[in-house]
Design a protein around this ligand. Sequence first.
Ligand SMILES: [Fe+2]
Ligand SMILES: [Fe+2]
Length: 309
Amino acid sequence: MDKYYKIRLASLHPYTPITFDLYVLINQKYVLYMRAGAAFEGDKLEHLLNRRADVFYIRYEEKDAYKKYVKARVDDTKLKAEEKALILKEHSFTLVEELFENPKVDEALEESKELISNFISFIDAEPTAVGGLIGLSSHDFYTYNHSLDVCIYSLGLGQKSGITNKDELSDLGRGALFHDLGKRKVPVEIICKQGTLDEAEWAQMKRHPLYGLQILNEFPNISDAIKACCFEHHENHTGNGYPQGIKGNEIHPMARIVAITDTYDALTTKRSYNVPMSPQDALTLMKEKLAGRFDPDLLKAMYSVLFKM
Ligand SMILES: [Fe+2]
Ligand SMILES: [Fe+2]
């Protein structure tokens, strides 16, 4: 039987003919919707998106054709930066979904290299469009969105703070993408609970950095930087964080970056039970009320990342 790969409609560009067959899933059956060579004319694509008909499928063997299609759009000089950002983000979203479902974490980390390098090239080519990559999706899957946003912000902040080496940026991007990996081992009722956690639940939740490290340690050849992003992203500049309570320079520089982008994203993202803060308010809160939690130089650099966007 054919295997199918899920894609998001918003990762396609209207008017540009598709290079693969597009299917819809109806009553457990994949039904051909549009053939390779055809395009969404007029406002058809927008119309479907407005009806929230966002999920389509392609045959697995055409996944490379789809990836090439996305890459060509992102490299297309005729498209606006915002259009490219949306296509790249929507494309990455399904990849992240797939990566996070893969129990072989080393494989997932390896596969995510391509995704991270797409982001790095995009940020290089369109330095002012980084903000356009964030929060575009209206999907309700908080973990995927959160992880992807933390990854993008971290790449921006990493570059701003002087990391220029592509391999180091790749480690940072992947460490950021997988920073909450350990939440796989926390019961889903706790992860999805609306409102505040009780003491026992909170204690469980606080184990996720350690769980993350344990999962990564099951595989050989995973870099210290990636491990540190998982294990140290809740450490705190003055030493009041968890799980180790280490401080300042004892915390890996990349984990210090993720600590900032993680909190920032949580404050500015709408979840069912909170009102999102504006970028300015979130940074002010992090600087004043949460003073001491973050590396002050990096926090300063975060301002220039966000306001050059
Ligand atoms: Fe976390
Ligand atoms: Fe997080």
